[in-house]
Design a protein around this ligand. Structure first.
Ligand code: DGL
Length: 264
């Protein structure tokens, strides 16, 4: 294994940075390429076929170009649709990001908990299976919150986010039958923890938020245990979109030690 071989974190946009933040805590020296499919953002409004084709095609080309030691699909939408398929075609170890229904079901005291993700994620069989396996006897309320994705992107570009806009989305859960009994919410989109302050204000202090980033970071650390890491020429972030647009996020990347932004 080449010590400079990177861990590739892939998302439609900047949501995967929530996974990178946790990964840095356990693997501070790992070389990283952060790959954002900005030309395909958002995935949450796309069909299963579109997401599967984009993710499988891009990851195949990225694996060839960057020779990563491991790929993390840091996106719930892409993972719940394409994880199995990508694992079938690539030899690189793949870590996916799936809704943290299991820990949230263990945490809820009221027995009613919420699931916020993209509309595409909400309708995946993968999510039905997690609910059947781990939420028996509990009530899981789902809401597709595509609107939060551009708000999170805007926040990281340094634009202001209004709590009112986030609160409007929160109503989609709270106003459902039994919605007011929700005490725990799964943030099943990697973009959403970037809005945790606004979500906390919108839902109130009594609601706990759960997401999978820490668990994913631990999984990556486990799979790369004993491997040598060398940063080489430094970490970088690549985009499938326009570089000028991507550069508006340069502060968010710089804050995470990534100064090289490139077009894929
Ligand atoms: N970050 C992605 C997720 O975790 C979705 C954002 C999008 O709609 O592209 O589901």
């Amino acid at each position: 294994m080449d010590a400079t071989s990177p861990i590739l974190l892939f998302d439609s946009g900047i949501g995967g940075l929530t996974v990178l933040d946790e990964m840095r805590k356990v693997l501070p020296d790992a070389p990283v390429i952060y790959a954002a499919d900005m030309a395909g953002l958002p995935y949450g409004t796309k069909s299963e076929a579109e997401v599967a084709a984009r993710v499988a095609g891009l990851l195949g080309r990225m694996a060839e170009r960057y020779q990563p030691r491991l790929i993390c699909i840091a996106c719930n939408t892409a993972s719940t649709i394409a994880l199995g398929m990508v694992r079938d075609v690539l030899e690189t170890p793949i870590v996916g990001t799936v809704p943290a229904i299991k820990p949230a079901a263990a945490l809820t005291k009221s027995g009613v908990f919420g699931l916020l993700g993209t509309e595409t994620t909400m309708r995946q069989k993968y999510v039905d299976d997690l609910e059947h396996a781990f939420a028996v006897g509990k009530r899981l309320l789902r809401h597709g919150a595509n609107e939060l994705v551009p708000l999170a992107e805007a926040k990281l570009r340094g634009e202001g986010v209004r709590v009112d806009d986030v609160a409007e989305v929160a109503k989609g859960l709270v106003l459902q039958a039994h919605g007011r009994e929700i005490d725990t919410i799964v943030l099943a989109c990697t973009h959403f923890p970037l809005l945790e302050d606004e979500l906390r204000e919108a839902f109130g202090e009594d609601v706990d938020f759960v997401h999978g980033a820490q668990g994913i970071a631990r999984r990556i650390a486990h799979l790369t245990e004993g491997q040598r890491f060398e940063r080489g020429s430094g970490d970088r972030a690549v985009t499938t979109g326009e570089l000028a647009d991507f550069e508006r996020l340069s502060q968010a990347f710089a804050a995470r030690g990534i100064d090289r932004l490139e077009k894929f």
